[in-house]
Design a protein around this ligand. Structure first.
Ligand code: SF4
Length: 336
């Protein structure tokens, strides 16, 4: 299948719609475990993922990107909001309906070793999903495992080996094979290359891109590094402290970022050209705690262009300032 361009994909239907997703983790105290506060990990996040595209969710650690992704699959139960998958409400689904949706929405974790049973040959680990969903006979399952191993660049004989016998890159291929075995439409890639060496990262990203082209897969790619997602994304959503700060096509976001936070993240990407001066924006301070996010714009204590008191009082909403380019900053027009 030929790869569509970003423009063609922008007209595709939505496969996934995340609406006002909220996930708070209660903080309790005392013997009675009385709730005293909430960690606002994801605080009213909405976005869509179009059929066949890769949407990347990017931000520093603690921004809520992984919680948002895992809540979409109900690996973590949401506080409120909705996730629609092919028009069906994932959070309202029960029993067989939920099982059917789950089969179609898979996840690849950052640390594949932690998600593999060390006592189970990887062929059995890959076949687990087929057994849970009662797919095929033993022979058909074996054949399917063989197929997905081949798709990720591994061989038949790897099926009988144990996780400790593989390198980090090979284990991540096994993680991808596990996600593929149920023929899903949608895969969440949760920091899939963060733990790998740079040379291996490129191999795994290429495998993911080729699989998407061949199988027409839709990806949500979670990462803390904008440089990693530049070549794989069609659109990028930048998160900061539980909210989306900016959402745009890859070309727009990397070419004309409108949010000061995105600009700072982009300025931190090394430029492989010694003749070009890098103009790095160093952000002041650490990411504040999601237990007690700053008032108004959550980015204001670190923002190099904050205007007080406006930025510390009024929370900016996501606004579409260019077609398909949304930004949550009162003064983003300054960068148009
Ligand atoms: Fe900076 Fe104000 Fe924009 Fe927030 S709203 S990013 S503090 S300028």
């Amino acid at each position: 299948m030929a790869k569509e361009t970003t423009t063609e994909k922008s007209t595709s239907a939505n496969l996934v719609e995340v609406k006002h997703l909220v996930k708070y983790f209660p903080v309790t105290e005392g013997i009675l475990r009385r709730k005293v506060a909430d960690v606002k990990a994801v605080d009213d996040v909405s976005f869509t993922v179009k059929e066949g595209e890769t949407l990347s969710l990017v931000g520093e650690s603690g921004c809520g990107k992984t919680t948002a992704a895992q809540t979409m699959l109900r690996l973590i139960e949401p506080t409120s909001g909705d996730v629609m998958f092919k028009g069906e409400n994932v959070f309202a689904a029960r029993g067989d309906e939920l099982k059917k949706i789950r089969r179609n929405m898979q996840i690849v974790f950052q640390d594949p070793y932690a998600s593999l049973d060390p006592r189970l040959p990887v062929g059995d680990a890959i076949a687990e999903g087929l057994i849970i969903h009662k797919v095929g006979t033993a022979d058909e399952r074996y054949e399917k495992v063989r197929q997905v191993l081949k798709m990720v660049g591994l061989e038949d004989y790897h099926a009988s080996r144990y996780p400790h016998e593989f390198s980090g890159g090979q284990r991540q291929r096994i993680g991808i094979a596990r996600a593929l075995v149920l023929d899903p439409d949608f895969i969440i890639l949760d920091e899939p290359v963060s733990a790998l060496d740079v040379s291996i990262q490129a191999q795994v990203l290429n495998i993911l891109k080729n699989l998407q082209d061949e199988l027409g897969l839709t990806y949500l790619f979670v990462a803390h590094n904008l440089a990693v997602v530049e070549h794989i994304s069609d659109r990028v959503a930048v998160m900061y402290l539980g909210r989306i700060a900016e959402l745009a096509t890859r070309e727009e976001l990397f070419g004309k970022p409108l949010h000061p936070y995105t600009q700072a993240l982009l300025s931190a990407i090394p430029v492989p050209d010694p003749t070009r001066k890098s103009r790095r924006t160093i952000l002041a301070g650490d990411v504040p705690s999601p237990l007690n996010p700053p008032s108004g714009c959550r980015f204001h204590p670190r923002c190099p262009i904050a205007r007080l008191p406006h930025c510390s009082v009024e929370e900016p909403q996501l606004r579409e300032l260019r077609p398909g380019h949304e930004v949550a900053c009162h003064y983003a027009e300054d960068f148009l």
